[in-house]
Design a protein around this ligand. Sequence first.
Ligand SMILES: C[S@@+](CC[C@H](N)C(=O)[O-])C[C@H]1O[C@@H](n2cnc3c(N)ncnc32)[C@H](O)[C@@H]1O
Length: 341
Amino acid sequence: MLPPAPARAPRDTDAAVRSTDSDAAQARLSAISKGYLFDQFAHHLVPRARFATPRPPLINHGTHVRATALDTLVDEWLVAGGVDVKKQIISVGAGSDSRFWRISTGPLKDALHAYLEVDLPENTLAKAMAIRKSKELSAVLGDNVTLTLGGQGLESPRYVLAPVDLREDPAQTLQPFVARGMLDPSIPTLIVAECVLVYMDRAASDRVLRWAANTFDVAGGLVYEMFGLNDGFGRVMRENLLARNVQLPGVDAYPTLHDQAARFRQTGFVTVQRALSLRTIRATHISSEERARIAQLEMLDEVEELELVLAHYVIAFGVKASDPESPFASWNLPAALPVVR
Ligand SMILES: C[S@@+](CC[C@H](N)C(=O)[O-])C[C@H]1O[C@@H](n2cnc3c(N)ncnc32)[C@H](O)[C@@H]1O
């Protein structure tokens, strides 16, 4: 959503990019505290979560659309072919995301074979510490948990957290997880890039997606990010981010919905390519029951402003499945997203 005004710009650009995780986490905590989302794990992953400042209704509405649509697409991947068919998830630029814990304690837990999260080392160090400190998070991982790489990584039988700079060649950074058997190339694998590829140039982001499409027999890709920032709104967003030293080297690579879908074909996701703005998802995929539930949480006066913001965020996804009859070839956002409970 819209970046908050700068308090103090971090010195180096990587520090600024890493700090975007805190914005995402604070927005999520706000939406949870107001009842837009349900998540019993998020606050264990964010330092001083109970002091999180509530965000305005417009931001909470946006966070609700983003999270509900992404969670639903991930769930649809996990149910494809039935829960007996095992799947893997790779979350790149995972930040403080709690999705692994929500899946592992939910009805689709048996569909999950392995879950890999990567981020820059400072962020994985903080996450590994938060996991070790939390009884609730640790309990989900079981007893067999080890810290790796001086605390920058963490490994358990099903979940691995690792420091990786996604600008480096995935053949060197991600392939080792396949080589040592943590990830199985024969298991349908979804790579999730939630608000991260836009922080790197096109060559690097394409290389990450292409690696996934080439590595797994059946691969899904899911991207969420801002796009189309060449209008007045986009210029303000860029300026706000630049004031915090955050640059978006990838934002002009795929400026339209068509480009966002096409990026998947270009990177090897040859079976399915789709892209929807959050504005369209809010308008056409939120059920009337969920609309009624959300409407009574907070008063939202700025509907036009919300729509303007949502028109600048995209959820794009693609599939590579050599068998056109594969259940993964029909992976899609359902017409009505489920009601959050
Ligand atoms: C806006 S946050 C999103 C976090 C999480 N995916 C979410 O949506 O809540 C962006 C994350 O991407 C990570 N990131 C940015 N550039 C990266 C890179 N080159 N390699 C690995 N992680 C990166 C940041 O450190 C940060 O945690």
